[in-house]
Design a binder for this molecule. Structure first.
Ligand code: MG
Length: 388
């Protein structure tokens, strides 16, 4: 056993290994080290055994906004069955893929997981249909975006502490989310943020295809010409299995192919950066990505999903229902803010009625929005209920 191996073995078996030491042992120089965090708005004493990004991850996981993700649709509503993804299961898939990438590239997994768990926390009810409806309601009052709403939830709506509002997350996690709402800024982001973004995209392409096949919105013949499906066919015996096995095999092969390509291509990019730290890697503009050929196949799949799934007549119905419920509730509560739950009435005097009504609607689950629509619009009840 070499001196180096002996020293690693003895340090790894030390039960008191601190998070700082663990990161020094495991992370690449270009990772975002927890010890270099720019801190939080409200300073806190260091935790005995959890690093700052671990604490962020736990705070997000324990937040009420995170739990409500289980009642928010991703693409398909709860009326369509129990198989397909919700916003919560999508989030967990993203976190899982992102952590695999992060561990392989020796980036900060805790930071990656925290950002992955936060990334969709601001989605309103009824997925992108709900978001479009809400945006149409408040377009003259600052607009609405789920990415910006995630920041609002994390900084002023979630209540966990007596002396201030919000989760008091680190600046790195918050800036990662801010980047998502300003992706076109032209600024190259921290590698950990880039990883979450890529994992999100790999996850939703694969699972939207899976869900659409399972729901019968697509058939196999329609997929045959897609470059990514042809690549999967070369690796997995798709044509010899039952329809259900074939679907499962296609989905995990699609994920494997893209993950492998992303990792290989990104490792080659990072091999040039071994002497650089997290900030320097951003300054030289390293952008983790797939090969151009794989990226082009992925874009082909996304265009296909956009045309054949997201615009499917079954989803147009959902879009209409979401638009009706969200906009009618918005109009009613904007005209009668005294019907809002108490804490929202207080916020309305600080933030404006329009924005506060949007916040109230955006925090709802699909079912809660349906219930409030029935109670306030159909039955004419006087007071709206709080969702938290
Ligand atoms: Mg997502």
């Amino acid at each position: 056993m070499s001196k180096h191996t002996r020293s690693l073995t003895s340090r790894n078996s030390d039960p008191s290994l601190s998070w700082q030491s663990r990161e020094r042992l495991l992370l690449a120089p270009f990772a975002m080290f927890s010890a270099h965090s720019a801190g939080r708005e409200h300073s806190e004493t260091q935790h005995n055994y959890r690093g700052p990004f671990q604490r962020d991850r736990d705070r997000i996981l324990h937040s009420s906004a995170f739990r409500r993700l289980s009642g928010k649709m991703q693409v398909f509503t709860g009326d369509m069955g129990d198989y397909h993804r919700t916003r919560l299961t999508h989030t967990n898939e993203v976190a899982s893929l992102a952590r695999t990438i992060g561990r392989t590239l020796r980036l900060n997994e805790d930071l990656i997981e925290a950002m992955a768990l936060l990334h969709d926390i601001g989605h309103p009810p009824f997925g992108h249909c709900g978001e479009d409806a809400l945006q149409a309601c408040v377009k003259d009052f600052g607009g609405f975006s789920h990415n910006a709403f995630a920041i609002e939830l994390a900084t002023r709506i979630e209540q966990r502490y007596t002396s201030y509002s919000g989760l008091n997350l680190t600046r790195e996690v918050l800036s990662g989310q801010q980047f998502r709402s300003r992706k076109d800024s032209g600024i190259v982001q921290m590698l950990e943020i880039q990883v979450v973004d890529s994992a999100d995209s790999i996850a939703y392409d694969a699972h939207d295809l899976d869900d659409a096949l399972k729901l019968g919105l697509l058939n196999w013949q329609q997929l045959a010409g897609l470059g990514l499906v042809q690549r999967a066919r070369q690796l997995a015996p798709l044509d010899q299995s039952s329809s259900s096995n074939r679907r499962q095999m296609l989905v995990h092969t699609l994920i494997d192919i893209q993950m492998d390509n992303f990792l290989q291509y990104s490792m080659a990019l990072l091999s040039e950066a071994n002497q650089l730290d997290s900030k320097a890697v951003q300054e030289v503009g390293i952008q983790l990505q797939m090969s151009p050929e794989m990226q082009s196949d992925k874009e082909e799949l996304e265009a296909f999903l956009f045309e054949r799934v997201y615009r499917h007549p079954n989803l147009v119905e959902v879009r209409l229902r979401a638009a009706t419920r969200v906009s009618q509730l918005y109009l009613l509560l904007k005209s009668y803010p005294q019907r809002l739950p108490e804490r929202f009435q207080k916020w309305a005097s600080e933030w404006g009625v329009e924005h506060t009504v949007a916040v109230y609607l955006a925090g709802m689950t699909d079912r809660f929005c349906d219930d409030q629509y029935t109670a306030l619009i159909e039955l004419g009840r006087e007071s709206a209920q709080d969702w938290s």
